[in-house]
Design a protein around this ligand. Structure first.
Ligand code: ZN
Length: 311
């Protein structure tokens, strides 16, 4: 097996043919059946490639793991996380409070102040710690709904968290929907993204953060994609198509390299490298504005904020 270099928390695992199904004929993000271009090869025998859709520009694996395999894979991962879990310890993001402050910078304060109470949906939110950090900065009554396949733990504290396994039963009355580092794990995200966006009230906000590592893979085939945990690579070209495909009544507030997820005190070298790689992307976004395909693509992750038009 070839040595791989990983900058992400998931290491790729080789998946056998019997555990995969071919989804190369249709884009799982926008359902387009246009022929997709190969961007990189994730594994051999059987070959799994990364394909880029010409319509929405999403990059997705040509083969998805069958649900039974994926359930077993995540049960193993959750068992590992559970062994390390203590309340108060963050699992992926090092400083949830900094992250919460970052998200809230983009939300209109007057609109938030007008709401008597707020409802937040955190898709793939684990124990709900990010949503709780957001809630604690809002200084008003907040209801949190976490959608996650993981174990039933939720962050303990003053804010009540309800946890569900699917978005289907949620009411369309939410103020903030967060999908941070979660959509890349879903084999078939089209209905999930549609549903998440539909949960928003007019004026509500959708924050998304996804990995965007394919530029590194084109440059360097030792780069590890993190398959089958990661199934999609969604960068600026995809998020700049979001309004056209999913949300014609939305405005894109932010589309930029994602926030650095490590903290300098805990992982100084990784944090400096990540910040240095993202810096040219931020400068470019500032100079050229939102909605253009950036020249500098080596940023590792992308984030965007959309706002449903207020009535
Ligand atoms: Zn597509």
């Amino acid at each position: 097996m070839k040595w791989k270099l990983s900058f992400i928390s998931h290491l790729s695992v080789h998946v056998d043919d019997s555990q995969l199904y071919d989804c190369g004929s249709q884009c799982p993000l926008c359902l387009s059946e246009q022929l997709r271009d190969t961007v990189a090869v994730i594994q051999e025998a059987p070959a799994v490639r990364l394909l880029q859709c010409g319509n929405c520009k999403a990059i997705s694996a040509s083969h998805m793991p069958v649900p039974e395999y994926l359930n077993g894979y995540y049960q193993g991962r959750f068992a590992e996380i559970y062994r390390q879990y203590t309340p108060g310890k963050q699992i992926t993001f090092h400083d949830e409070d900094r992250f919460a402050g970052h998200i809230l910078r983009y939300l209109a304060k007057q609109w938030i102040d007008r709401q008597e109470s707020l409802r937040i949906v955190d898709f793939g939110g684990g124990d709900g710690s990010l949503a709780v950090a957001v809630a604690s900065r809002l200084r008003r009554k907040v209801e949190i709904m976490v959608i996650d396949h993981g174990p039933e733990w939720v962050r303990e504290g003053q804010v009540h968290i309800e946890k569900r396994r699917s978005v289907e039963s949620l009411a369309n009355n939410c103020h903030i929907v967060i999908a941070s580092a979660s959509l890349e794990h879903v084999p078939y995200p089209y209905p999930v993204i549609k549903k998440l966006y539909s949960l928003l009230q007019p004026g509500g906000y959708f924050y998304v953060r996804t990995p965007f590592v394919s530029p590194f893979m084109k440059l360097w085939d030792m780069f590890d994609f993190g398959y089958p945990a990661h199934l999609h690579d969604l960068g600026p070209a995809f998020w700049n198509s979001f309004v056209r495909i999913f949300a014609p009544d939305a405005a894109c507030i932010v589309s930029q390299p994602s926030i650095v997820e490590t903290s300098f005190t805990k992982k100084p070298i990784k944090t400096i490298i990540a910040a240095a790689l993202k810096l040219p992307g931020h400068l470019e976004a500032r100079v050229r504005g939102i909605g253009r395909e950036p020249l500098w693509q080596y940023v590792g992750g992308w984030e965007a904020v959309f706002r449903r038009k207020p009535v």
